[in-house]
Design a protein around this ligand. Sequence first.
Ligand code: UT7
Length: 343
Amino acid sequence: MTERPTLTVPASLRHARIHGLGGYRPERVVPNSEIVDLIDSSDEWIQQRSGIVTRHRARADETVVDMAEAASREALQAAGVEPGQIGAVIVATVSHPYQTPAAAPILGHRLGIPNPAAFDISAACAGYCYAISLANDMVRAGTTDYVLVVGVEKLSDFTDKHDRGSAFIFGDGAGAAVVGVSDFPGIGPTLWGSLGDQADAITQREAWTDLRPVMEDPERTDPVRWPSIVMQGQTVFRWAVFSMAQVAVETLEAAGVTAEQLDAFVPHQANMRITDAMIKTLKLPPHVPVARDIAETGNTSAASVPLAMSRMLAEGEAKHGGLALQIGFGAGLVYAAQVVVMP
Ligand code: UT7
């Protein structure tokens, strides 16, 4: 028997960091007043219970890929990285309206990235933090030098405007990061996980296949319900406040960083009250700036963390090169968190 040859693999790990961030919010700003009549609500209730004042909504002809492209161009420019240097594109989204092909290969083509590995991931509001973890591992292992990570959602396509529990929450937008080789560690250990027994807590209401019999049978008159995303608000709220705050604490420990040493806290923009509860559990000192982008941008799921962080950097609220704790959590239920060095 001939001896099996030993595979050539990288012998040591490299460091990785985020080199640049970009964000895109659609032009149209939708205030609470435009939403309240359909759900028997009020501007006051929405602001008090969620902290949301406005959200942005994409034009009917503006796609997930369009928004991802805008955010990616900004991230590439901020990173000073050419499309030709990108080896992989990961798009985190739950609202790209094609089962296949994925958004990532189309995005890579639009950006002029030659022949990238390209795929979408579905991890809802944790999608960006999941993708940052994947990109970190890909770069560290030497699979590729630079990865474009995008969190993007056009949730307005999947929101039931009559649903009291979700109609006011979701917004559209995109955030992007270029993750690449670094001479210092720029992405700490990821704490992540899932609770599949809680799959009903946030879910698309119908499967696509549920629509088919109704659409194909001319005899049937029952109305076709659009597969909107709905959630059990209180269940998710309690999980976020009790369990996610603890994950945030453990993520700091895993990175060997104290709350005192943070330069920013960027939680998923789900609800201002969840953010406030996390601040308490983390015992976050008042000098640490906290992302509160939800007020203007709503909950943009996979896009919320990079959108919030890029705004903090652009507005000088957080300092370039500082340490940020970021955490995403949502439908699955799934979550992921890590400490990163901001670009
Ligand atoms: O991004 C993925 C992760 N998502 C989240 O983390 C979201 C987590 N959940 C939440 O943010 C909150 O649960 C919501 C903002 C969705 C809802 O806030 P809540 O404080 O949990 O409201 P609730 O469902 O407990 O309802 C409280 C009251 C009820 O009235 P009564 O029974 O106290 O008289 C509801 O009927 O508010 C009423 N209500 C509303 N009132 C005005 C429920 N929805 C509305 C509404 N407008 N849209």
